[in-house]
Design a protein around this ligand. Structure first.
Ligand SMILES: NC(=O)c1ccc[n+]([C@@H]2O[C@H](COP(=O)([O-])OP(=O)(O)OC[C@H]3O[C@@H](n4cnc5c(N)ncnc54)[C@H](O)[C@@H]3O)[C@@H](O)[C@H]2O)c1
Length: 258
């Protein structure tokens, strides 16, 4: 077991990549704090872990709200005495073209769509990392993994999402520098297309075109992303910090065709 006695918090763990990571960490011996704004979904993750013999509990918080985030971290430390691992996974999309002119009509990505995505994906990552760093600095140990996306390289209809994920990379690199002295590593994963609710929303035709451009010719399973999370928080990755690891079937490499 690679995470025996570790305490891990995973945000947005009610489904998709977060749920797969929560399950994997629990099977590797971690006590897992399962966060999500969707309580029912998070509790399902907790019961799946318990059924499999692992240890987990639901920790409510909207990651965009500082007070809720701080209360969540304090509760974990009160209950389990420490916090070793934070997976900043919660994320949303609100896709729209930045500006669209159709006949005489001007349509713009509205401010609400911009704010919502920047708040969850970027601010939420910052708030959770800040709050988690307090016990991690005290114990002189921590592993933080943030979530960017291949979308950070640019994607039509995702000005908000792309900006948020590019921001996560700058945040990751800076926190890695600030917290290395405390034995806290901060890394970032950049998934391509993963089979989750987020990609279920993509129309089938567009999905087929996307898969044709992926050198491995398929989307990732959430469990494959969970395996990367596990590596980055394990002892084997103790000398890796400030990095962005693409997990995209080669999509980001094949810009001249795959
Ligand atoms: N699925 C993909 O293809 C893909 C690709 C690149 C990056 N990502 C990133 O991976 C992460 C997980 O994606 P997924 O596909 O599993 O998504 P998902 O939609 O299946 O799950 C995301 C979870 O985050 C939760 N959440 C949303 N807002 C929250 C908030 N304010 N506080 C707490 N929880 C909140 C949702 O309720 C949901 O359960 C996201 O950051 C996403 O941007 C996904």
């Amino acid at each position: 077991m690679r995470l025996r006695d570790r305490v891990a918090l995973i945000t947005g763990a009610g489904q998709g990549i977060g749920r797969a990571t929560a399950l994997r960490f629990a099977m590797e011996g971690a006590r897992v704090a399962v966060n999500d704004v969707d309580q029912e979904a998070a509790e399902k993750t907790v019961s799946l872990i318990r059924q499999a013999g692992g240890t987990a509990r639901f920790v409510p918080a909207d990651v965009t709200k500082r007070e809720e985030v701080e209360t969540m971290i304090n509760r974990i430390v009160e209950r389990w005495g420490r916090l070793d691992i934070l997976i900043n996974n919660a994320g949303i999309t609100r896709d729209a073209l930045a500006v669209r002119l159709k006949e005489d009509q001007v349509k713009m990505m509205d401010e609400a769509a911009w704010d919502a995505v920047i708040n969850v994906n970027l601010k939420g990552t910052f708030l959770c990392a800040q709050a988690a760093a307090v016990p991690m600095i005290r114990q002189q140990y921590g592993r933080i993994v943030n979530t960017a996306s291949i979308g950070m390289l640019g994607n039509i209809g995702q000005a908000n999402y792309s900006a948020s994920k590019a921001g996560v990379v700058g945040l990751t690199r800076t926190l890695a520098l600030e917290w290395a002295r405390y034995n806290i590593t901060v890394n970032c994963i950049a998934p391509g297309a993963v089979e989750t609710r987020m990609t279920d929303a993509i129309p089938e035709k567009i999905k087929e075109g996307l898969i044709r451009r992926i050198p491995l010719r398929r989307m990732a399973k959430p469990e494959e992303v969970a395996a990367l999370h596990l590596f980055l928080v394990s002892d084997e990755a103790s000398y890796i910090t400030g990095q962005v690891i693409f997990i995209d079937g080669g999509l980001s490499v094949g810009i001249c065709g795959g």
